[in-house]
Design a binder for this molecule. Structure first.
Ligand SMILES: [Zn+2]
Length: 470
């Protein structure tokens, strides 16, 4: 590893663009070189990817234990010579929880990092409850974000000349207003001149969103799955003609199979999902061949762990724990995101990158049965609207082991027969005859500050301070 005081490189090296370049031209050249590496590394056999990750992890552990007061303490029981010993047992490294990251942030951050990683900026997750989490991310982390964004575009063979419409929470700039950029962003610029990006804040009324989209007639749309589900209601009424649309991209929330199917049925386009967080950047991209997500192993080491802390086998569901292999400013080593996923099998596309079959969302989105068992509810707008066509929005909240609060926004009145039918559909979806308490709301239910919406929230263990992030 280079010394922390070393000057940034003036020219990108030919083969290894693992550095941040302040000059945009040098950065673009480094990103192109990075892309060529990623094109090759995705096909490596899993053992080679694993071996490479172990070496990166050793370097990260050595850096963290030398420059982070928190990790100096935490890693004191591990072999000291990390850089020479790539055989560190992952299970011996303690999990970093969100609570610890909040409480010990200053101690976790390092006092120095290699100059080639570039300057660090502080990013903050939105957090619907409890404190948001802060993380410093370096220029090198940003390079990874850009390179993996470009990989996503290339995997899905997007037409860079088309326009991109984005409906989401504002990110960093632009404020809570509609905005326009003449291009898709830096990730694409390094390989092509792109079409424009049109941005609309997620707080915009969904009918207004539909008018805006119809006027733009974009080639691509990026938004959250629950917002997409609301747009699909408008499409169903024939009020969302988008003849130029080629693909919808989703971020930020769990994407259900029914939303995918409805997009295909109502808009005639595929949906491509992306798994990312503010703290860790892009962690998994949807495979262009299968429906699986590929872990972005060149950037993160992603584990899926059972309740006992053992790695899950394909088909098993567990909690996601992620190590950012390149963040040397706020090391996130075995960071528990509180999302759950199902481990996937090797992908038929031939890429060696590990797979996730499904990303299931947060523990707090699981229903708890009176016997203490948990599962993900099969909630879904479509099935609820079959019994209450005037239903505009819903949210289910579990506050006690046997009772569910159903917040409903309904256009007009609902009959007692409909309420009874809805009760049965909800009980079916939740897998238990819960007592339902209906709460009718006149106004749209709020999203979090980050623009997210949760259809089911369990508050039985809210003392855990389970927040939500990007
Ligand atoms: Zn694949």
């Amino acid at each position: 590893m280079r010394a922390a005081h070393e000057n940034p490189p003036s020219n990108p090296p030919q083969a290894i663009p693992f550095a941040w370049y302040p000059d945009p031209m040098a950065r673009a050249a480094a990103l192109r070189a990075f892309q060529r590496r990623l094109e090759a590394s995705q096909w490596l056999p899993p053992e080679k990817i694993d071996h490479w990750q172990r070496r990166r992890l050793s370097v990260l552990l050595a850096h963290a234990s030398a420059h982070s007061p928190y990790y100096k303490r935490q890693l004191s029981n591990l072999p000291r010579d990390f850089a020479k010993d790539a055989s560190v047992n992952l299970q011996d490294i303690p999990i970093l929880t969100r609570d610890v990251l909040q409480d010990e942030y200053a101690e976790i951050c390092t006092t120095a990092w290699p100059a080639r990683h570039g300057p660090a900026g502080e990013t903050q997750t939105s957090g619907s409850t409890g404190q948001p989490v802060k993380v410093k991310r370096t220029g090198l982390c940003q390079m990874h974000w850009l390179a993996l964004t470009l990989r996503d575009h290339l995997w899905h063979e997007r037409d860079f000349s088309a326009s991109m419409a984005v409906i989401r929470a504002p990110v960093g700039h632009g404020g809570d207003k509609a905005a326009f950029m003449p291009m898709w962003g830096e990730a694409v610029n390094v390989v092509a001149r792109s079409g424009p990006t049109h941005f609309l804040p997620i707080s915009t009324d969904v009918n207004r969103q539909a008018e805006w989209l119809s006027q733009l007639n974009p080639g691509y749309l990026l938004t959250y799955p629950t917002n997409l589900a609301e747009l699909l209601r408008i499409a169903e009424q024939g009020r969302l003609p988008l003849p130029g649309l080629r693909e919808i991209r989703t971020i930020g929330e769990t994407l259900s199979g029914s939303v995918r199917d409805e997009c295909s049925r109502l808009l005639g386009v595929p949906v491509t999902d992306l798994y990312s967080s503010q703290e860790l950047g892009i962690m998994a991209l949807q495979c262009p061949v299968s429906s699986h997500y590929h872990v972005q192993s060149e950037s993160v080491l992603l584990e899926i762990l059972s309740d006992a802390g053992e790695p899950c086998r394909p088909g098993e569901v567990g909690r996601i724990v992620v190590t950012d292999l390149h963040n040397f400013a706020t090391p996130l080593i075995r960071y528990e995101l509180r999302d759950y996923a199902e481990a996937g099998p090797p992908c038929p596309c031939g890429r060696g990158l590990p797979t996730l079959r499904r990303i299931l969302g947060r523990r707090r989105n699981m229903v708890v049965l009176p016997d203490g068992k948990r599962h993900w509810p099969l909630v879904g707008f479509q099935q609820f609207r079959e019994v209450v066509p005037a239903l505009k929005q819903y949210q289910l909240i579990q506050r006690t082991p046997k009772q569910i609060e159903a917040r409903l926004v309904v256009a007009g009145n609902i009959t007692s027969e409909q309420e009874g039918a809805l009760t049965r559909v909800i009980q079916d979806a939740l897998g238990y005859p819960f007592e339902l308490r209906f709460d009718y709301r006149a106004k749209e239910l709020h999203r979090t500050h980050g623009g997210k919406f949760e259809e089911f929230i369990c508050q039985l263990d809210r003392f855990r301070g389970d927040g939500m992030h990007e």
